[in-house]
Design a protein around this ligand. Structure first.
Ligand code: 3HC
Length: 282
């Protein structure tokens, strides 16, 4: 199946990045947010990202103009009707995602592929709210989407082979490397990454070292691009907390249980970069 037009539902941290790469790599892209205010904020972050790439010589002025030309912002879900692929990147809440699919399903062609960018929720549970379980898949991008090379392609028991092939091809066409995973909470990367991040918080709670030293230790000792607390602030403490809870719920293993400090920080609104303060101040 040939993908020409892509819809993205949600223009937050992940949705805006997905819409940006989709438009950058030649797809006509419609991105939808619930309000004009959130839409403008998301489009602004795309413009900022393109500006950085321009300054660094990674794109030309013509590339930037062409990307913005291919990108259409909207607050109407109906405007996604003509898309061949719709990628959903709304807030990591199963009820909100299910509601989105219930509204989207009758608007789109039967052939349209639905892909969720969820990092931990059940693709199977979402797909069952639609009339197209065979044309439903997970496409999990990584933050920051324009820079990160990986996409997890997540199949369920009933995803058709054609949809899998199309999703893999689509990820490659964005310059990303796809890996295949099955529909279990956290897929491959978060299954291994989340216990590590939670352990770093537990180590801090126990007074093992300062956050700067723990970060520096993992950065220089293991060659990681960032230490766990810098990464937690990038991912968002609320997102990490949601994912940890979902994984703990599924596996009932201690290593997925969110530590009390994480919960307290989320309750206090210290969400990381997006709120201006997390483990570090921005
Ligand atoms: N668009 C354009 N530029 C961007 C950007 C974006 N969206 N986001 C950040 N940048 C820029 C920064 O502004 C900075 O530019 P500057 O140096 O001019 O200020 C630059 O990228 C960062 O450059 P650095 O020299 O610090 O680092 P690198 O370019 O070498 O790498 C990185 C940046 C790719 C973010 C690297 O630090 C990294 O790989 N970090 C780990 C990220 C990671 O692990 N992400 C996965 C999180 S888990 C996840 O997403 C799953 C989810 O389900 C939770």
């Amino acid at each position: 199946m040939q993908i020409k037009k892509v819809g993205v539902v949600g223009c937050g941290l992940m949705g805006s990045g997905i819409a940006q790469v989709s438009a950058s790599f030649g797809y006509d892209t419609v991105v939808r947010e619930v309000s004009q205010e959130l839409l403008q904020k998301g489009l602004e972050s795309i413009r900022n990202s393109l500006e950085k790439f321009l300054q660094k010589g990674k794109v030309t002025e013509a590339d930037r103009a062409a990307t913005l030309n291919r990108l259409q912002g909207t607050t109407r879900l109906e405007d996604l009707a003509g898309c061949d692929l719709v990628i959903e990147a709304v807030t990591e809440n199963l009820e909100v995602k299910k509601e989105t699919y219930v509204r989207l399903d009758p608007l789109c062609d039967r052939e349209t592929i639905f892909a969720s960018n969820t990092s931990s929720l059940s693709i199977t549970e979402m797909m069952m709210t639609t009339q197209r379980p065979d044309r439903f898949i997970g496409l999990h991008f990584f933050n920051p989407v324009p820079l990160m090379a990986l996409v997890e392609v997540v199949s369920t028991l009933v995803t058709s082979d054609e949809v899998k092939r199309t999703a893999v091809q689509f990820a490659k066409s964005l310059g990303k490397t796809p890996v295949l995973a099955s529909d279990r909470p956290g897929f491959i990367v978060n299954r291994l990454l989340v216990p590590y991040l939670l352990d770093a918080i537990r180590a801090l709670e126990e007074g093992l070292g300062t956050l700067e030293d723990i970060d520096q230790g993992m950065k220089l000792g293991c060659g990681h691009p960032m230490g766990p607390f810098t990464l937690l602030d990038l991912v968002g403490l609320d997102t990490t907390y949601f994912i940890a809870n979902i994984m703990f719920e599924e596996f009932k293993e201690k290593r997925f249980a969110p530590p009390p400090l994480l919960k307290r920080m989320v309750l206090a609104g210290r969400l990381g970069r997006k709120s201006g303060i997390g483990f570090y101040k921005y």
